[in-house]
Design a protein around this ligand. Structure first.
Ligand code: UD1
Ligand code: UDP
Length: 380
């Protein structure tokens, strides 16, 4: 029996590891013990609830306004005890958060193997995104097995000299999205009914632009530019409604509420749980985001995405045309939104482009590759 410990801390890691945990649970050769660091608390719990994941270990590290050093040290020291007790053969981490890097380092210190899901994403710009680009690079150094979402991410690892145990699997976020769509179809979800009736009252049949933004490197002036662009779009297109589930980070909430609160067709709401958020993406006309996961999900729903960042480690969408990199420049954001609103042909063509990030089978491939990896290790 191979003991696997998925470790995660934030909303996107939970969403992207949920289908991998489901797949591991189907396979009798694996014993799974789930550990959450709870780098996020409320936003993590929303996901655990939907996918019915009950962690075996919960480090509960989140503090309001936490800094990166605190997160790193709390994860490393918290995991020491968990590893001593549970003794996993391998941990699985996902993506580029501080939980990912710190958990990988703690595993290495304890001679435990590391599997990295969503490996090989790079901007090659140390401070963009901050600190995620460095978190990913450090995690690659520590990882024993790399699950890359695309050929491009595999090539990035090869360029850096990695040669062994690199697999292209697709991104597990598409598996999670399909799973969420299935749940939405099967059940009448209370939260979806609630947001639907709220939208019917406030917005009726008018179009929606969905917004999410939270990146650390945008705090300060770039974030204010983003908010001012939203405000001008709302003034220019009075019949279009901008809906923004605002991330719980206080550095995000302050400028967002200060600049956007008073605009009638801008609706600032609390972070949505995953099912209503997927439903809302589907109901939207256009999505403006700096989120990694949202860039990957939106093409499966036929929604064009404006990426409000200077660089992206997800160039596949930009190259294929599912997303447009608009930076944090007010005028570029407004011009691109206007193009999508006014040029219906451009909108239609963009929404038809297929998703470059996966086909919904990534978790199955990851678990199969993990299985062959351990067979190989045992036979060597
Ligand atoms: C983190 C990740 C980022 C990821 C993002 C996903 C790092 C350094 N950053 O950024 O890569 O894209 O999550 O959303 O790993 N908070 C709450 N409740 C929550 C979550 C956050 O109150 O459920 C507040 C707290 O005040 C917390 C702060 O937000 O201290 C920042 O959380 P943190 O995880 O450090 O950074 P994020 O900006 O969420
Ligand atoms: N998401 C959600 N509720 C929200 C906003 C986003 O469930 O209110 C989901 C979204 O569908 C995606 C993930 O959260 O799967 C992205 O998380 P986030 O933007 O926080 O992090 P990133 O992907 O940028 O690391």
């Amino acid at each position: 029996m191979i003991k696997v410990m998925p470790i995660f801390g934030t909303r996107p890691e939970a969403i992207k590891l949920a289908p991998v945990i489901r797949e591991l649970n189907k396979n009798n050769d694996f014993e799974t013990a789930v550990c959450v660091t709870a780098q996020h608390r409320e936003m993590l719990d929303q996901v655990l609830d939907i996918f019915k994941i009950k962690p075996d270990y919960d480090l509960d590290i989140m503090k309001p306004g936490q800094n990166l050093s605190e997160v790193t040290s709390r994860v490393i020291s918290g995991l020491q005890e968990v590893f001593e007790q549970s003794k996993p053969d391998i941990i699985l981490v996902q993506g580029d958060t501080t939980t990912v890097f710190a958990a990988s380092l703690a595993a290495f210190y304890n001679n435990i193997k590391v599997g990295h899901v969503e490996a090989g994403l790079r901007t090659n710009d140390k401070k963009n995104p901050f600190p995620e680009e460095i978190n990913r690079r450090l995690t690659s150094v520590l990882a024993d097995i790399h699950f890359c979402p695309t050929e491009k991410s595999k090539q990035s690892l090869e360029v850096e000299g990695y040669k062994h145990n690199i697999y292209v699997t697709g991104n597990t976020v598409i598996d999670a999205l399909f799973w969420a769509l299935e749940i939405i179809e099967q059940n009448k979800n209370e939260e979806i009914l609630k947001i639907k009736s709220w939208l019917d009252k406030k917005i009726g049949d008018n179009e929606i632009i969905l917004i999410t933004a939270h990146r650390r490197e945008s705090f300060g002036e770039p974030f204010e530019n983003i908010c001012n662009a939203m405000k001008e779009i709302a003034i220019k297109y009075k019949n279009i409604h901008l809906v923004y589930p605002v991330h719980l980070n206080p550095n995000v909430r302050k400028p967002v509420y200060e600049i956007l609160q008073s605009q009638e067709n801008i609706h600032l709401i609390e972070p949505l749980s995953y099912l209503p958020f997927v439903w809302l993406m589907n109901r939207s006309y256009l999505i403006l985001t700096d989120s990694g996961g949202v860039q990957e999900e939106a093409p499966s729903l036929g929604k064009p995405v404006l990426v409000m960042r200077e660089t992206t480690e997800r160039p596949e969408g930009v190259e294929k045309g599912t997303s447009v990199l608009v930076g944090r420049h007010k005028d570029v954001i407004i011009k691109t939104v206007s193009d999508f609103i006014e040029n219906k042909e451009y909108y239609k063509n963009t929404s038809k482009i297929s998703n470059p990030y996966g086909d919904g089978k990534a978790s199955e491939k990851i678990v199969n590759n993990l299985h062959s990896y351990f067979n190989k290790v045992v036979n060597e």
